[in-house]
Design a protein around this ligand. Structure first.
Ligand code: 3PY
Ligand code: MG
Length: 349
């Protein structure tokens, strides 16, 4: 088989002071390797057993393979080399999630890119498109994620089921993070890991999807060291089983999950105290999960019904809050103002 010369091997030669790399035949090179060879002014020299004696300069990368100023502006397929920054042009959301920044988001339930784009301009760090509780499927999800490209806001997606199709599908269309609901067992995490991580960690398939700028930046995968470094998974803790299995869940999630997220609605439902958000049993359970995730060095988010509740969760040390949904926020604004207007025009309440 033809030898493949990688960027890291070129760097190794360069570190050893070798500028002419001896090879028995012209190797296969990725665009990144070729760029590196060019950048360092190095060349490949065929040895005696090769067919040429003169140095072979680095094959110039095709014009479209130069780093693209505008992501996605190059040719598509597997071969291009646009610069992948993550988040399709924004700093990688996984890095933001791992930082100390407190994150504010809201759910999106309207299955339309215009609403997503509008909310993307309102000052949230991220929106979480909720396809667990709304009829939002992959085709629509992709358009909604695309609509965020011209906003400073990241697009998280809450998938409806823990399936290969949904995990890989939502990641491939460019979700900056996945929120995985209804996690109960260590076995769930094992499945999640296998669906979301590229081999050898998992069994996620690789393809020229929107995530990799339709193939232009997919070349980075082979050179990246940790090829799963961009995959950003947030796990929901919202069942009694998850509370019981929390040690195993945290252990199995090590290395691929940075943020956990509590769903107080489902947790209270599962505990038989639905909606009793100040019930000490629920509050104690939430704070127990806070201690456990904290001890494991993980960040923790929670759902809040409004901005005031969000502030109190941040005061309690939470790292991320999803404040209700765009529809609920609209409803609140209208219900606060409408009675006053009705009264002002002489209508009884
Ligand atoms: C819950 O409260 O159950 C949630 O899933 C909120 O996101
Ligand atoms: Mg829930």
């Amino acid at each position: 088989m033809q030898k493949i010369l990688t960027k890291s091997e070129i760097l190794d030669y360069s570190k050893k002071g070798i500028r002419q790399i001896p090879m028995e035949e012209i190797p296969l090179m990725t665009d990144l390797a070729r760029e590196e060879l060019n950048r360092l002014g190095m060349e490949i020299v065929l040895t005696d057993r090769g067919t040429a004696s003169a140095p072979i300069p680095a094959v110039p990368a095709p014009a479209q393979a130069a780093p693209a100023a505008v992501p996605g502006s190059t040719g598509g397929g597997y071969g291009g080399a646009a610069v992948y920054e993550g988040g399709l042009g924004k700093p990688l959301f996984k890095e933001v999630i791992r930082s100390v920044r407190k994150l504010v988001g809201t759910f999106i339930g309207t299955p339309h890119p215009v609403m997503t784009e509008y909310v993307g301009h309102l000052g949230f760090d991220f929106v979480c498109i909720d396809s667990e509780h709304n009829a939002i499927h992959l085709e629509t999800l992709q358009k909604m994620l695309q609509s965020l490209s011209h906003t400073p806001t990241y697009g998280m997606v809450r998938i409806p089921t823990l399936s290969y199709e949904m995990v890989t599908g939502a990641l491939d269309i460019g979700a900056d993070a996945l929120l995985i609901p209804q996690i109960r067992t260590v076995e769930d995490i094992v499945r999640l890991k296998s669906y979301s991580q590229y081999p050898p960690v998992g069994r996620r398939g690789v393809g020229p999807s929107r995530l990799w700028e339709y193939g232009d930046s997919i070349g980075k995968l082979g050179e990246a060291g940790d090829i799963n470094r961009t995959t950003n998974i947030v796990i929901q803790l919202e069942t009694v089983s998850a509370v019981e299995n929390i040690d195993g869940i945290l252990e199995e999630s090590a290395g691929f999950v940075d943020m956990f997220f509590i769903g107080p609605g489902d947790l209270s439902m599962d505990m038989g105290i639905f909606g009793q958000f100040s019930n000490p049993k629920l509050v104690d359970t939430i704070m127990y999960l806070r201690e456990k995730t904290n001890a494991a060095g993980k960040r923790l988010g929670i759902f809040a019904g409004n901005f005031q509740a969000a502030k109190s969760w941040f005061d309690k040390g939470f790292d991320m809050v999803i404040i209700n949904s765009e529809l609920a926020l609209l409803g609140t604004a209208v219900s606060q103002e409408m009675p006053g207007l009705r009264a002002a025009i002489g209508e009884k309440q």
